[in-house]
Design a protein around this ligand. Structure first.
Ligand code: ASP
Length: 479
């Protein structure tokens, strides 16, 4: 190949992928600088780390600010513009994909942790589990909260807070004196952070309604469509800050690490088990499903997701990465109605990496605590790990919070989460990367499976339009 052509190829590759390359460089440079600053031996104070993190924090705030308007407008406009039966089919395909991949991830995690047994010989944590000092909310409470949040009682409140059950202790409770075991009151509370699940559910219903209302709903549909387009334009601007944003976020995170020895020492095997699981799931299970569903190889598509992966790794948040994931799917030429429908839902409920990690972590802790794992308990862990991944918010380390529910199924106290805390920040970045890759691959799969239906609906609409025109021409002729 002549040198000039080759050089032109390299230049056009660099131009097309400049942002992705810069973001990846941001991650690598941030890691190196973080380690370099640690190596100086200087004890960085929290305030100094905060200053380092500050530019990254601003980037994260800009992305987060786009989540609610983008999520609501995308889902409403996508569903509103799809034929009702078509949106049903698309939704069903997406849900089947999410469930299949999540169940596969959990099973893979369980298979790995029970074969590798990372917690088997660890002496460091061999003391028996302490008696529970506090009574944590039960698995049932968490699952009921999950369902409560699907139906927000106030949609405005759902943009800023979500519901959580709290157990309040009352030592003077007379029922306890009468011999009842429950010495607490069950209370509800709203905690900070958007109720994304409720927003998704409301947007789906609103989208379906607008679709049903037809022409009358046009102004509102146009509003949501324009809002979604506007949010994507802003995303296009914010995205250019991602190299710098992830650079500072990663640097500060590395400076913050408390104990490097735990990462490679006591928790090393656990860390490697989760990492191996995520790798096998991403490159094995998801790739196989992709090939089966689309009859195409995923490599070309995954290669185009560099920007998405680097941002997910840098921010550790699938929700914050969502605008960038939608942008990436648009660039790949997917039908925007499909992308805007399935990506926001996927970013909220489809977290394979989190599901795999929840299962591995709970069984790892049970191994450390020498808790016998019967078949029934393993099934319970897989069910609760799936629910925990659906309930986890797309924000950094949200999996740790829902982990309490999985631990409860094996009778371990919530405090045991602290065992895996030292490595969680890093695992979080890897599992978030898998979470978003799974969403993006899902959008491609659903788009490819729905292609024929979309084409058929378009032809039917064209036919209806042509008949309507003919009729009106006839009427005009008669007059
Ligand atoms: N950080 C993850 C996400 O945003 C959730 C988690 O596993 O903690 O996808």
């Amino acid at each position: 190949m002549p040198l000039q052509i080759r050089r032109a190829g390299v230049v056009s590759f660099l131009r097309e992928n400049l942002l992705t390359l810069l973001t990846i460089i941001g991650v690598v440079a941030g890691t190196l600088l973080g380690w370099g600053l640690r190596a100086t031996g200087y004890e960085w104070t929290r305030r100094e780390v905060m200053y380092f993190q500050y530019p990254g924090e601003l980037f994260l705030r800009m992305l987060k600010c786009l989540i609610v308007p983008l999520l609501v407008s995308s889902i409403v406009s996508a569903i509103g513009s799809l034929d009702l039966s078509l949106s049903g089919k698309v939704g069903l395909r997406a849900i089947i994909y999410y469930m299949t991949t999540t169940v596969c991830a959990v099973m893979l995690g369980i298979a790995l942790v029970t074969t590798i047994k990372p917690g088997r010989n660890s002496e460091a944590f061999s003391q028996p589990a302490g008696t529970k000092l506090t009574k944590d909310v039960l698995t049932a409470d968490t699952i009921l909260d999950l369902i409560r949040n699907v139906f927000p009682e106030n949609i405005v409140q759902a943009t800023i807070a979500s519901y959580r059950t709290r157990l309040a202790y009352d030592v003077n409770d007379t029922r306890a004196i009468k011999g009842h075991l429950e010495t607490y009151k069950i209370e509800g509370d709203y905690q900070k952070g958007s109720n994304v699940l409720g927003l998704v559910c409301f947007s789906i219903v609103l989208g379906i309604t607008l679709g049903k209302m037809g022409e009358k709903s046009r102004p509102l549909q146009n509003f949501f469509h324009t809002l979604s387009e506007a949010m994507m334009i802003i995303t296009g601007w914010v995205i250019w800050l991602s190299p710098l944003g992830v650079f500072f976020l990663v640097t500060a995170k590395i400076m913050e690490i408390e104990s490097f020895s735990e990462l490679v020492g006591r928790l090393g095997m656990y860390f490697m088990t989760v990492l191996l699981g995520l790798f096998l799931h991403g490159f094995g299970t998801l790739s196989i499903l992709f090939v089966l569903a689309t009859k195409k190889l995923p490599c070309r598509y995954i290669a185009k997701m560099g920007q998405v992966m680097a941002t997910a790794f840098g921010t550790a948040s699938s929700s914050a990465t969502m605008p960038i994931t939608i942008g990436c799917c648009d660039e790949m030429g997917l039908d925007p109605r499909i992308t805007r429908f399935v990506i926001p839902i996927g970013a909220t409920i489809n977290m394979d990496g989190t599901a795999l990690y929840e299962a591995v972590a709970a069984i790892f802790i049970a191994q450390l605590r020498k808790v016998e794992m019967s078949f029934g308990k393993i099934v319970a862990v897989s069910v609760t790990a799936t629910a925990a991944s659906i309930g986890a918010a797309g924000i950094p380390q949200a999996g740790l919070v829902t982990m309490v529910m999985v631990l409860d199924t094996v009778n371990l106290p919530a405090e045991d989460v602290s065992i895996i805390l030292a490595v969680d920040w890093l695992l979080d970045r890897f599992r978030t990367t898998i979470n978003v890759v799974c969403d993006a691959l899902g959008a491609i799969i659903v788009a490819s499976l729905s292609q024929a239906d979309i084409e058929k609906t378009r032809q039917n609409n064209d036919k209806e339009l042509a008949t309507a025109h003919e009729l009106s021409d006839l009427e005009k002729g008669e007059h």
